[in-house]
Write a protein that binds this ligand. Structure first.
Ligand code: BTN
Length: 244
């Protein structure tokens, strides 16, 4: 029997090994959830060329034409106190990956966890976590070569692609690398990078029962809004934002 005290118990995981790819599946998040419940290790990544029941945040549907987006789900396990800002660090990883894939662009983040290129949505994130079992599935949809007319007409916000010539496999490898860094980044680094990329800062925003001017995030990752002379903090589970 080994001496457990000598073993580094919580090494960061590297995403992308193992990697399971489907030509078509309903949702890569669902496949990853099955794998995690069957005991798959942290770092496991599931991708698909096509999803028949892709899911977005707040129960919305997520669609993408076959082979034209990175459809990606990664297993983070163990999930622990190092990952309290995971909803912020994942979009930062996507920004870093997108900028490596397409040098010269600059991505922004729109709270709670969208990635923007200019004023348009480039990528979305759906994190499904079970903290009591110490795991999370990190779902990412990154538009690669979807033409403007191929996006659904009823999108809440205009969408954009990274540009042709970038394969899903190349994008997957870049995201694996960036996520391996950002999922384990220090909180102060995550907060500083989010504030640097914050696309909402200074903008008027609306939610179910209020409106105000976005004024960054607090140290827990809540959105800070100045509303009627007061500063209020909004949690991602509580509000759905609109921009004018
Ligand atoms: C959002 O912006 O609403 C989040 C979209 C997340 C979509 C991705 S695509 C890969 C993974 N599988 C899913 O069913 N959803 C996520």
């Amino acid at each position: 029997m080994g001496d457990k005290t000598l073993r580094p118990a919580k090494l960061p995981v590297t995403f992308g090994a193992p990697h399971r790819h489907y030509r078509v599946t309903d949702s890569t998040n669902d496949r990853a959830r099955e794998l995690v419940e069957a005991g798959a290790p942290g770092g496991t990544v599931v991708t698909a060329r096509e999803q028949t029941a892709g899911r977005g945040r707040r129960g919305r549907v997520w669609t993408a034409p076959e082979g034209k987006a990175l459809l990606y789900s990664a297993i983070l396990r163990p999930l622990d106190a190092r990952h309290l800002l995971l909803p912020l660090s994942v979009p930062l990883a996507i920004c870093a990956a997108a900028e490596a894939l397409r040098p010269g662009i600059e991505c922004g983040v729109k709270w709670p966890n969208d990635v923007w290129l200019g004023e348009q949505k480039l990528a979305g994130v759906l994190i499904e976590a079970r903290p009591q079992d110490a795991w999370a599935v990190i779902g990412v949809g990154l538009n690669l070569s979807i033409e403007p007319h191929e996006f659904p007409a009823d999108l809440r916000h205009p969408a954009i692609s990274l540009g042709s010539g970038i394969t899903p496999e190349r994008a997957r490898q870049e995201l694996d690398a960036c996520l391996s860094t950002w999922a384990y980044a220090a909180e102060d680094a995550i907060l500083a990078e989010w504030r640097r990329r914050d696309a909402l800062h200074g903008r008027e925003i609306f939610w179910e029962d209020g409106s105000g001017v976005a004024d960054g995030i607090d140290d827990r990752g809540n959105l800070v809004v100045v509303s009627g002379g007061n500063r209020v903090s909004l949690g991602a589970g509580e509000v759905q934002l609109r921009l004018q």
